[in-house]
Design a protein around this ligand. Structure first.
Ligand SMILES: [Zn+2]
Length: 303
């Protein structure tokens, strides 16, 4: 039986192979790719029909409205849906948070305004100082110091500019007090020399001419390139001569004034100072600069 079955099976297989083996039965192969196994043509996938979404139909709730709706991106949206979406995007706590941030920003701007203003005044003071306007420099720096009293540096500079103006106006003792606050400034600000100038002036004002001479010599030892430094020593010797009439003091004064003249005989400031010292040596009178100006508006002749 097994043999008969196999013969019958072999025959049916042979019959099958007489047909197109690739196009018969369930497992026929479609060579062109466009036919079903039984030879039917494969229909193309039907394209979905695209209909345009009406402008008056909300893409979210799908309700229709009479008028054209606003759009969210490319989708029409009704007012109600827009409000709901906004609520989801910006819930109340987010709005309150941003409100709080805004309040903080405004508060910090107001709070920090004085710092911005102080910064502006510091710059104005530096510019004024660079232009040689010491009075303006002092005014701006003092304003800055009042606006930002936390800043030690600004306060120091306010004292510094004030001390210079006091020195210029022969108010040496007050300048000395101001310079007490400037000890921490960089060497380039020459605070030591200013202190010596103030000490010289204060000694002169109190008629302590020995101290005047001592401080003038100390200032000269710091800067020997300045005619004013040599002239200050000459001035002190002239004061000591005026009160003692000791000729050697007059001689010393003339030595120092001659040294000053080797450095500067041109500037008005130096010429005026030489005249004042010469007048002191000639007259043995110690008069203030203002009185000297009144008496000799065109200067005093020097030898
Ligand atoms: Zn809607």
């Amino acid at each position: 039986m097994k043999f008969l079955n196999s013969v019958s099976s072999a025959r049916s297989q042979s019959d099958t192979f007489k047909k197109d083996p690739l196009r018969s039965g369930r497992y026929a192969i479609s060579l062109s790719g466009d036919t079903e196994p039984d030879g039917q043509i494969v229909p193309e996938n039907p394209k979905p029909e695209i209909t345009e979404w009406p402008d008056n139909k909300c893409a979210f709730c799908e309700n229709k409205f009479e008028s054209t709706l606003a759009k969210l991106g490319t989708h029409p949206i009704c007012d109600n849906c827009k409000t709901n979406i906004d609520k989801k995007i910006f819930p109340l706590w987010v709005k309150m948070f941003f409100g709080g941030i805004l309040v903080l920003v405004v508060f910090s701007l107001c709070w920090n305004f004085r710092f911005y203003s102080a910064y502006k005044n510091v710059n104005r003071a530096f510019v004024a100082n660079a232009e040689g306007d010491g009075v303006k420099a002092e005014v701006f720096m003092t304003q800055a110091a009042e606006q930002a009293p936390e800043s030690g540096d600004i306060i120091t500079f306010a004292h510094y500019y004030k001390s210079i103006n006091l020195l210029v106006n022969d108010r040496s003792k007050q300048a000395l007090d101001e310079l007490e606050y400037c000890k921490n400034l960089d060497e380039s600000f020459k605070v030591n020399q200013l202190v010596l100038s103030a000490e010289m002036g204060a000694a002169y004002d109190t008629k302590d001419y020995a101290l005047f001479l001592k401080t003038a010599k100390a200032a000269l030892s710091i800067d020997t390139t300045s005619a004013q430094s040599w002239a200050s020593v000459a001035s002190a010797y002239a004061c000591l001569y005026a009160i003692s009439s000791t000729d050697s003091l007059k001689q010393r004064s003339l030595e120092y004034i001659n040294k000053a003249k080797t450095i500067d005989t041109v500037s008005d400031r130096s010429k005026e100072y030489y005249g004042l010292i010469q007048y002191r040596l000639d007259s043995k009178q110690i008069i203030s600069r203002t009185a000297f100006h009144k008496q000799f508006p065109n200067g005093y002749p020097t030898k």
